[in-house]
Design a protein around this ligand. Structure first.
Ligand code: AMP
Length: 114
């Protein structure tokens, strides 16, 4: 989708701080980091939110989580721990309409979230 910011980062049309890219998924640093490590992991295909996930996307969604774990190791936060977040819709504060898994780490997070 040409009007989707994250599709444009995936395609390289908009510059991003890309840390990983393959034919399925792309990971780039969040422009407003909320933690020392804050990476967004997105499917290359445009899916607006988890509400669009269908059975054919199950392995793709698993890949997002598996890549998060790989990147956490690379970032040196696997042992200390990290948080994975998928915001869906207005009550969760989703601000970009393209599924993105937040990988956050390098500091302690509270629970429950505010
Ligand atoms: P969410 O609120 O879950 O939809 O998260 C959207 C995230 O995208 C926020 O953390 C933003 O800081 C981040 N973001 C917005 N624009 C960009 C961009 N051009 N490059 C990287 N991250 C971005």
């Amino acid at each position: 989708m040409s009007d989707c910011l994250f599709c444009r980062i995936v395609s390289g049309e908009v510059p991003g701080s890309v840390v990983y890219h393959d034919e399925q998924v792309t990971a780039f640093r969040d422009i407003r980091p909320q933690a020392p490590t804050h990476i967004l992991i997105v499917p290359n295909v445009h899916l607006t939110s988890t509400e669009e996930v269908r059975p054919e996307h199950i392995s793709l969604m698993g890949r997002l989580i598996q890549l998060a774990s790989e990147l956490a190791r690379q970032e040196g936060i696997a042992a200390s721990g990290y948080r994975l977040v998928l915001n869906t819709g207005p009550d969760a504060g989703q601000s970009v309409g393209h599924i993105h898994l937040h990988l956050l780490g390098g500091r302690r997070f509270g629970w429950p979230p505010g």
